[in-house]
Design a protein around this ligand. Structure first.
Ligand SMILES: [Zn+2]
Length: 262
């Protein structure tokens, strides 16, 4: 593994939109443009996990990821990424293409639409790496082995076919994973697994890569600070955890209201 691997910054975005919701996972197109401009002006070189896999890393590499695959990535992020010549990684929920995010507890009542097949094909053509975020955005740690395998294999196969690229990267829904999930993911053909800040990250374990979430509440200064300190500074980590609590309500909602787990 490349020695840079453990220092590699991986950013997580969700929705790039002016629309507001209960959480803080929306970043406005203006904020996003300023952040990309900052990366461009400060010598960051965005890459993908495919580059990492081939060990093709430039100086100051960084990976930009988008979870859940919302239409706003196509409409609002892609034009900015193209302008700067930045690649990125989009993690799709394969059963929800073209549909609204009804898998989400959605406390604010605002619905968001997922990318459709045509948009995914276009993203792939523009050099975006397509990754899997499972077939139905269920918490994998709650599932039996056989169900995990079907979530991961189905989504990998269908996304590989659709995007015309080998899907090698997975973002665990809610960042929830353990050794059992990691082993099944590896068996299902994944080389990289992304978690969130609250997961256990083992240094240099490619199946448990920590990421740095970017929030609507982040000023450009806060964004720069995040890039500099990463998730390792205790206070920043605490703040990020506090800001992320609402995301963890969804597995509870899925379990008791939607009854998605046995
Ligand atoms: Zn997600």
């Amino acid at each position: 593994m490349n020695p840079l691997f453990s220092d590699l910054t991986v950013l997580t975005y969700h929705k790039i939109t002016r629309q507001r919701e209960f959480g803080i996972n929306t970043v406005t197109p203006d904020q996003f443009r300023r952040q990309m401009q900052y990366l461009y002006e400060h010598g960051y070189n965005p890459v993908t996990f495919r580059d990492l896999h081939k060990n093709h890393l430039p100086s100051q590499p960084l990976i930009i990821t988008f979870d859940d695959g919302y239409v706003s990535v196509y409409e609002n992020a892609l034009p900015v990424l193209s302008k700067f010549g930045f690649p990125a990684v989009v993690f799709l929920i394969s059963n929800y293409l073209g549909q609204e995010n009804t898998w989400d507890a959605n406390l604010g009542g605002v619905k968001f639409r997922h990318l459709n097949e045509k948009q995914v094909k276009q993203l792939s053509k523009e050099g975006i790496e397509i990754g899997s975020h499972g077939a139905s955005h269920r918490a994998l740690t709650y599932l039996e082995d056989r169900e995990i395998e079907s979530e991961l294999k189905l989504s990998r196969d269908s996304m590989s076919r659709l995007s015309n690229q080998q899907v090698i990267t997975l973002a665990y829904p809610f960042g929830l994973q353990n050794n059992r999930v990691q082993q099944i993911a590896k068996r299902s053909g994944y080389h990289f697994g992304c978690i969130n800040l609250w997961g256990n990250s083992i240094p240099d374990n490619p199946m448990s890569i920590k990421r740095l979430p970017v929030y609507r509440t982040d000023s450009l200064k806060a964004f720069q600070r995040k890039l500099r300190t990463g998730p390792s500074k205790k206070r920043e980590l605490m703040k990020l955890k506090l800001l992320s609590w609402s995301a963890l309500l969804t597995p509870v909602y899925q379990k008791y209201i939607k009854k998605l787990y046995k």
